[in-house]
Design a protein around this ligand. Structure first.
Ligand code: T1G
Length: 699
């Protein structure tokens, strides 16, 4: 037997061990020997039961995503064939699950009669996150064990569940604290010796039969589960396939599942989401920071500032189990910040996503103070104070004096020069930017701003701790706005012009939400607060006639109940405001502009194409290491639709030649720099290449 599949015998129980590092993905190289081993064990009369287990850190984590789009992915025996082989075995078969049995891994386990899981194991069907659905019977078998409602929630969300929850819902039959394989062998031997009646999962009809009588309830659950699909097809197919498990015989449901899978795996949305899966892992690979660079130990974090950002950042670390010393200038501000943190955890408790006990444990990890000296034992100190360089200088000068040697000093600045900030200390090698996104305890993206002198192990440390606090890190270089906000500036550059020339906040925002964004630019301005941009423009002597006028009238957005939209009685639902329509019309006529209807295509060309162009400039300047890093920034920090893969992946799908041609048109028409095509963009377009070619080194 190959080392990738090995078989041992334990008192008549065949133990088949898979060993396909790093995560036992079901590559063809694994499927073929596994199928042979299953057939051999099936046909061997001395074998009374079979246990399927994995070496390494996890049970099978799914089909091999790298094989998708290649002939290997369906080369027989495919995953369906493996499960079919399992279901010809008339002996107890037991999957011994540790780590994360995901996707095809869980589907393989559902082909067994029984499942025994380690207490720390997770099981799930995350295919929807790749723009797919479980394609090897998961949508038909999971509802038969866990019931349609639980299966629907798992498959449409793609979120894994723990072993205890899996046991509760019948997805596993036993959970053990340790000795997993021994327990699975004992379980299998017991089932064999007692001559247990073996029922295939596919034949367990009781839970789906019960749901058959209440289609309305299932439809209601489907409506709720797919409410946030926002243009994505996979969630809808996932839900329909689960419903088929209730309404159709097994084989018919399986056939429909296969049809949906083929539709999805060949579609653009899944290609985009699979791109993002690998892009997120690529982003953690940073030049000059290879696996030999050891992270520093982080046992305590200091956060300076307990406002919206500081409080959210502090919560992120506490949520990852890391104690935080949180500092404010005075007791009153400190109390206010802690009260907000407590309120936020209270909301999680009321939503049922956090227990009272867990809330108390988290609150106990906060050490409040107004004394910088109390930060002396912190291994990492992050400041989230006012965005003004003088304030940063004061903070970092103090930190340089009190922080212990080797402590990492980080700024949460959104725009300011991290090299200047590092220069306020005698330890620039320990300084970098950690740019969180508001609300910091929710948003996944963490832009790690690498200073000229930032040491490799400092980067390695923040990359490692980002993963520990469930953030998605992207290392970026120093420039105004780094990657995300710099491109946001280009996306927003034409906002006022579009309004003055004839568009409206509603029509611009609709063009964006029709594209798949969660909200358009004007709704976003109202959410973030118009006063932030107003303050920046005033400091730079810039004008924005409409936004300035709104701010001068105290219309800052949601926080004042009025901005580009009206927000009645504290509602967050934007309502058209005739006053704003009149303001736009008056300003336009004052500039002698004859307003016209502006198409969605023009709106996207004048917002998203400049954004792509800025991304090309960022790549030229080395501010981002690779195009896919920019896609990770935008899909994790700004809601770029994952079904379009991020701005650079989407640009390749649009065609860079088309983008360059339209940028040149708008540049000729307006003379604005934001439309001046970047040299890199022109080069790739002229060579009929894309950003993917640049990343692959073929451009
Ligand atoms: N296929 C190929 N490579 C994979 C892989 C997979 N399924 N999962 C992980 N890798 C690579 C990953 O790219 C990285 O490579 C290395 O393994 C370590 O991963 C028919 C169609 C299992 C929770 O979606 O969620 O089954 O960067 O850094 O943080 O219905 O990997 O080192 O070169 O993420 O410890 C469904 C995806 C597939 C699970 C481990 N399964 N993987 O997390 O390590 S579709 C999934 C994960 C399917 C069937 C359908 C995580 C993990 P490199 P890592 P980790």
């Amino acid at each position: 037997m190959s080392s990738i599949v090995s078989v041992s015998s334990r008192d008549g129980v065949a133990v088949i061990t898979l060993d396909n590092p790093p995560v036992n993905a079901l590559s063809y190289a694994l499927r073929d020997p596994l199928n042979k081993a299953l057939i051999a064990a099936r046909d061997d009369d001395t074998v009374k039961a079979i246990v399927l287990t994995c070496a390494g850190r996890t049970f099978v984590s799914g089909a091999d995503i790298r094989e998708f789009g290649t002939p290997l992915t369906s080369k027989e025996p495919n995953l369906g064939d493996l499960i079919a082989t399992l279901e010809t075995i008339n002996k107890p078969t037991v999957a011994a699950i540790h780590g994360t049995a995901l996707g095809g891994g869980l589907e393989l386990a559902l082909g067994c009669y029984f499942r025994v899981a380690d207490a720390k194991a997770m099981v799930g069907l995350p295919e929807v996150k790749l723009g797919l659905l479980p394609g090897a019977g998961g949508t038909q078998r999971a509802p038969r064990l866990a019931g349609p409602q639980k299966a629907l929630a798992m498959i449409v969300s793609g979120n894994p569940i723990g072993a205890a929850d899996a046991l509760k819902h019948g997805l596993v039959d036993q959970v053990v604290e340790d000795g997993l394989v021994d327990a699975a062998v004992a379980f299998a031997a017991a089932k064999a010796s007692e001559g247990a009646h073996l029922i295939l999962v596919r034949d367990r009809d009781e839970k789906v039969a019960a749901a058959r009588g209440d289609e309305a309830a299932l439809d209601a659950a489907i409506k709720k589960a797919t409410a946030k699909a926002r243009g994505l097809v996979a969630p809808l197919r996932c839900a329909q396939s689960v419903k088929n498990a209730v309404m159709l015989p097994f084989e018919e449901g399986l056939k429909k599942e296969r049809e949906y899978f083929i539709e999805l795996v060949t579609g653009d949305q899944s290609k985009a989401q699979r791109h993002l899966f690998f892009a997120q892992r690529e982003a953690a690979k940073v030049s000059g920071v290879d696996k030999t660079v050891k992270p520093r130990a982080i046992n305590r974090v200091g956060v300076i500032g307990a406002g919206t950002m500081g409080g959210g950042i502090a919560m992120s670390f506490v949520n990852g189990g890391i104690p935080v010393t949180i500092l404010e200038a005075n007791e009153e501000a400190l109390k206010r910040g802690l009260a907000t943190i407590e309120k936020n955890y209270g909301i999680s408790v009321s939503r049922g996503s956090l227990s009272d006990e867990a809330k108390a444990k988290r609150l106990a990890l906060f050490t409040p103070t107004t004394d910088y000296g109390d930060l002396a034992d912190c291994d990492l100190i992050i400041e989230a104070v006012f965005e003004e360089i003088g304030v940063k200088e004061d903070v970092f000068t103090k930190l340089d004096a009190i922080a212990k040697p080797g402590a990492i000093l980080a700024s949460n600045t959104s725009y300011l020069d991290v090299n200047t900030i590092a220069g306020f200390t005698k330890r620039p090698q320990d300084v970098l930017g950690t740019h969180f996104f508001s609300p910091a305890n929710v948003m996944k993206l963490l832009e790690i701003v690498r200073g000229e002198k930032t040491a490799p192990d400092v980067l390695a440390t923040i990359l490692a701790i980002a993963k520990r606090i469930s953030k998605v890190p992207v290392v970026v270089g120093v420039c105004h706005g780094f990657v995300g906000n710099r491109m946001l500036g280009s996306r927003s550059a034409e906002s006022e012009a579009l309004l003055l020339e004839g568009s409206s906040p509603e029509s611009v925002d609709k063009a964006f939400t029709d594209f798949g964004w969660p909200m358009g630019p004007f709704q976003m301005f109202d959410l973030a607060g118009l006063d932030i941009g107003w303050r920046t423009r005033k400091s730079l002597g810039l004008k924005a006639v409409i936004s300035d006028t709104l701010c001068e009238a105290g219309r800052y957005g949601q926080k004042t109940g009025k901005g580009y939209y009206l927000y009645e009685d504290g509602s967050r639902v934007p309502k058209t405001d005739p006053e704003v329509e009149k303001l736009i019309a008056d300003k336009a006529s004052g500039k002698g502009i004859n307003r016209r209807t502006i198409s969605d295509q023009e709106i996207l060309e004048r917002t998203l194409y400049p954004m792509v162009n800025e991304g090309a400039l960022i790549l030229e300047e080395g501010i981002a290491e690779r195009p896919s890093d920019i896609d990770i920034v935008w899909t994790n920090g700004y809601g770029f639709p994952i079904g379009k893969g991020g701005p650079m992946f989407w640009a390749d799908m649009e065609g860079l030649d088309k983008i360059v041609e339209r940028l040149e048109y708008w540049h000729g028409k307006t003379g604005k720099d934001v439309f001046k095509p970047a040299a890199l963009l022109v080069k790739l377009a002229s060579e009929k290449k894309g950003f993917a070619d640049l990343q692959a080194g073929t451009a």
